[in-house]
Design a protein around this ligand. Structure first.
Ligand code: FPP
Length: 253
C-alpha cells in the first residue's frame, strides 16, 4: 500500500526535471496571502502565520534559483497594510529586518540581488537601513533579482512616476512627445526588471490588490486556494507547469 502511494505521489508530484527548459517564466510575482487564516485555523495568533510564511518564502527563493527564474517579486506589505493593528505592523517590520539579516549571507552566496520596492515615505528607518545594506552587499549578484515589495501600492507607484515625469517635462529634460510605455516603465520601482510573466496568488482570492498593475498587463495569473504557509515546492512547481501550458498571445491571434 505504502509502495503504491509513494509511487503515485512520485509520478503526480511535479519535479524540477519535469519543467520545459526553454519556457521558464523570466519574472514571477507572488501575492503571499492567507497567513492570518492559516493561524486562525490552528487557534494561533496571526503573527504565527507570518512566521510560518517566512519559511515558505525561503523555499520559494531556493526553488526559483534552482529552476532558473531571473526575477522574483514578493508582496510582503502593501501601502494599505498600515491600517492593521499596531502590534502586527510592528511585528512584520521586525520580521523583515530579522529575516533579511539572517538570510543575507545565504542570499549573497546564492547570487541573489536583493531589492526593496515600494514607497520609502512611511517605512521605518530600521527597515530602510537594513535593505540599504542588503542592496549594497548583493548589488553585483547576477543569478536572480529578488524584489521585496514593502509599503508598495501600484497606484501610488504610478502617481509617483507621473509626478517625476511631469517635473522633468517642466525642467525641459523630457519631451511630452517622447512619453511612451517604455519611458513610463523606467520611472516605476521595477525599472530594473522585465514585466512579470506569471503572478501567483495564494489563499483563493481572485484579485490583484494593487500589486504590479501596470507591469502585469500581459502576465499569466495563477490562483491557488492553498494558504501561503502551506504553499510548498510542489505547489510552486505545479504553478510553473500550469504556466507552461498557457498559450501567450499578447493580444495577437
Ligand atoms: C498576507 O497574509 C501576508 C502578509 C501581509 C505578510 C507576508 C509576509 C511574509 C510572509 C514575511 C516575508 C518576509 C520578508 C523578509 C519579506 P494575511 O495576513 O493578509 O492573511 P489573511 O488574508 O489570511 O488574513
Amino acid at each position: 500500500m505504502n509502495f503504491i502511494s509513494n509511487f503515485l505521489s512520485s509520478i503526480l508530484t511535479p519535479q524540477v526535471s519535469d519543467l520545459q527548459k526553454g519556457n521558464i517564466p523570466q519574472h514571477v510575482g507572488i501575492i503571499m496571502d492567507g497567513n492570518g487564516r492559516w493561524a486562525a485555523k490552528r487557534h494561533l495568533p496571526r503573527i504565527a502565520g507570518h512566521r510560518a510564511g517566512v519559511e515558505v518564502m525561503r523555499q520559494v527563493i531556493t526553488t526559483s534559483v534552482e529552476v532558473g527564474i531571473k526575477y522574483l517579486t514578493v508582496f510582503a506589505f502593501s501601502s494599505e497594510n498600515w491600517d492593521r493593528p499596531e502590534h502586527e505592523v510592528n511585528f512584520l517590520m521586525d520580521l523583515f529586518v530579522d529575516t533579511l539579516n539572517r538570510e543575507l549571507g545565504s542570499l549573497n552566496s546564492n547570487g541573489v540581488n536583493v531589492k526593496l520596492i515600494g514607497s520609502r515615505k512611511k517605512t521605518p528607518d530600521k527597515v530602510l537601513d537594513c535593505f540599504k545594506n542588503a542592496e549594497h552587499i548583493t548589488a553585483g549578484n547576477k543569478t536572480m533579482v529578488f524584489n521585496i515589495a514593502i509599503n508598495y501600492g501600484s497606484r501610488g507607484e504610478i502617481i509617483e512616476a507621473v509626478k517625476k515625469i511631469g517635473t522633468e517635462c517642466k525642467a525641459g529634460q523630457v519631451e511630452v512627445e517622447n512619453i511612451n510605455e517604455d519611458l513610463f516603465s523606467k520611472y516605476l520601482y521595477t525599472s530594473h526588471c522585465p514585466d512579470p510573466d506569471l503572478i501567483i496568488r495564494t489563499s483563493g482570492e481572485y484579485r490583484m490588490s494593487n500589486f504590479l498593475l501596470w507591469q502585469s498587463a500581459y502576465a499569466e495569473l495563477y490562483i491557488t486556494k492553498t494558504l501561503w504557509p502551506d504553499f510548498s515546492k510542489k505547489h510552486y512547481l505545479k504553478a510553473i507547469q500550469n504556466y507552461q501550458k498557457r498559450n501567450r498571445r499578447f493580444g495577437k491571434v
